[in-house]
Design a binder for this molecule. Sequence first.
Ligand code: PLP
Length: 375
Amino acid sequence: MFSLTNLLRPHILTITPYSSARDEYTGTEGVFLDANENPLGSATSQGEYNRYPDPHQAAIKQRLAPIKGVRSEQIFLGNGSDEPIDLLVRATCTPGKDNILIMPPTYGMYEVSAHINDVELIKVPLTTDFQVDLEAVLAAITPQTKLIWLCSPNNPSGNLLQADAIRSILERAEQSLVIVDEAYIDFAATPSWTTELDNYPNLVVLQTFSKAWGLAALRLGMCFASEELIGVLNKIKPPYNISAPTQQLALEAISREAEKNEMVTNILAERHTLAENLRSLPFVRLIHPSDANFLLVQFDDAKATFEYLINKQVIVRDRSKVKLCDGCLRISVGTRTENDRLLEELRAMSTYPVSADLPLGTGDEATKPELVSNT
Ligand SMILES: *Cc1c(COP(=O)(O)O)cnc(C)c1O
């Protein structure tokens, strides 16, 4: 039986949260002399930002709830996904005692957040096709495992994780929170795990406004979980964690969801075209299947390709030293013009011999991966 009380650090249960001026009087009419704000206005040329924002972001949650098929009380909003990632660690893990489990290769912030909080990390690599190694995961969980991180679609591999494996972990790891990071869910043809929140009290789903919604600069992340857990996150967050401009712009974006969907359609079409074109290049070995807005691509010589592109001011992400990503660059899908530019530079590169920087006669030839069909 899952018990949130057992999962939380004991002192979290007894914390009295900061009570803000906007908590103590929630009306919108009146003479506000309670928050030491500047009554005259803001030292800016546009907008009035002299009043503190809604600490509970009620308007956004009210609009978001029906779109996501959850209740307002099941939504936490953070300063990017980074904030709920960190708050989950701080709420549940006692340094030197508890641990969290991640499945590399995956998003780097889970590990960084564990390190910042001095919390032990258990790593169970994904299989070579970037799926959950279920038996290994179940065997690695200890009574001190408070958080299990899953990223689906996964960054940097781009693929969805098999739903059966996620479900098994939710059912078998019932003393841990199982977090499914769905930063790229808008690009995938599959329902969100938010639809399962009422079935699994240990399920947490992360999404973000940074990718499909096109609002990375605003820093707005979503966390969906049981009302009980959301209550705990609200209790320990900084009171005014989402700024007023962010709240205003997010509300506007939500009212224009159709535009987000159109951009997703466009990016998916470009992803297809980009993959087809990359496939025709002789030094591209493998394009991993993607359910996201990027492609993980294996090159004959990733390092040389990366550096060549940088010199041409085309910047991609070098993942070639990352576990299971040997020789791979991660390429975000750009606009048609941007993708064409990338392809143009790569075609130009292919007319020059790529430096094979393997020393001769070391036997490295034998360990070079087989030329895999690049489907
Ligand atoms: C980009 C990304 C995020 C988003 O982080 P924000 O802090 O919301 O910008 C979260 N998780 C993964 C796996 C990502 O790739």
